[in-house]
Design a binder for this molecule. Structure first.
Ligand SMILES: [Fe+2]
Ligand SMILES: [Fe+2]
Length: 275
């Protein structure tokens, strides 16, 4: 890639201890090999498959992530709430209810942040979809309003959006609405990497899902044997994280910092050789 382009890497949901280990083992080498300027990783499943502890957040940041995004599991464990307020590098979906809440009902953390690195400014948004998910505030209206209100166009920031959503149509509609207005829309949540990575006509890089960072032999991160039994019996046996070699999955995006438009993308899957 040309030297004057900015290289951003986004990775999908880090799943349990194998996922955190895969990030620790694989991310530093990838950052070096690909000369990555900025790295966003979704960590909503990092701690035992549900949520993100401060210890796991530290491990992912130490491996080279600049920002950790969240999702529907961000608020599931009360123990994980403090990291959302303490560490500005840890985000959670922006469109959880906020208006009209009492102080006691208000949720911790932030759904966007602005970060400076390697002479560039990055604005990162974490937004969650609604189809087949919890009925949060409208992600489309949230994002449209945020872009108008924050005058981000004038800030010179490259805008990177993690859209944590189940529905492929919702993800494509969201990305097309934002085409030309942000540098990247990367889907997370389904844990299955899609092969539709592309630069949209207006210059926004897009992939429906970055894929899961975690155990390679698994059912979206869980032990296959239990998942198979659950499907056959229709009994909800307790899920366990799978073991074995981990995969790091995501997308490299090459952005022209002058125009903030994506020039090209490359999908990434790297697998641990030995465990
Ligand atoms: Fe999720
Ligand atoms: Fe997830």
């Amino acid at each position: 890639m040309k030297n004057n382009l900015c290289t951003v890497f986004l990775a999908g949901d880090v799943c349990a201890s194998v996922g955190v280990r895969a990030v620790t083992n694989l991310l530093p080498k990838l950052i070096e090999r690909e000369s990555i300027d900025f790295c966003v990783i979704n960590g909503e499943n990092a701690t035992g498959g549900i949520g993100l502890s401060s210890g796991d957040a530290e491990a992912i940041l130490a491996a080279g992530a600049d920002v950790i995004t969240g999702g529907n599991h961000s608020f599931e464990k009360r123990d994980h709430w403090p990291v959302l307020d303490v560490n500005p590098a840890v985000l959670r979906p922006a469109n959880f209810p906020s208006r009209g809440l009492t102080a006691e009902e208000s949720l911790p953390g932030h759904g966007m942040g602005i970060y400076e690195k390697n002479g560039h400014t990055f604005a990162v948004f974490n937004v969650q979809g609604r189809e087949d998910m919890t009925a949060l505030d409208c992600p489309f209206v949230y994002m449209r309003t945020a872009l108008e209100t924050l005058s981000l166009k004038d800030s010179g920031a490259m805008i990177l959006v993690d859209f944590h959503a189940e529905s492929t149509q919702e993800k494509e509609a969201f990305a097309l609405m934002l085409d030309g207005k942000v540098s990247v829309v990367a889907g997370t949540h389904t844990h299955v990497q899609t092969a539709d990575e592309r630069v949209l006509p207006g210059g926004t890089a897009y992939i429906t899902d970055l894929g899961m960072t975690g155990p390679w032999r698994s059912v979206i991160g869980s032990a296959p044997e239990i998942s198979i039994k659950r499907n056959i019996t229709q009994v909800l046996y307790r899920m366990e994280a799978a073991e074995g070699a981990g995969a790091l999955r995501g997308l490299l995006v090459y952005i022209d910092p002058e125009t903030r438009k994506a020039i090209s993308v490359r999908r990434v899957e790297v697998i641990e050789e030995t465990v």
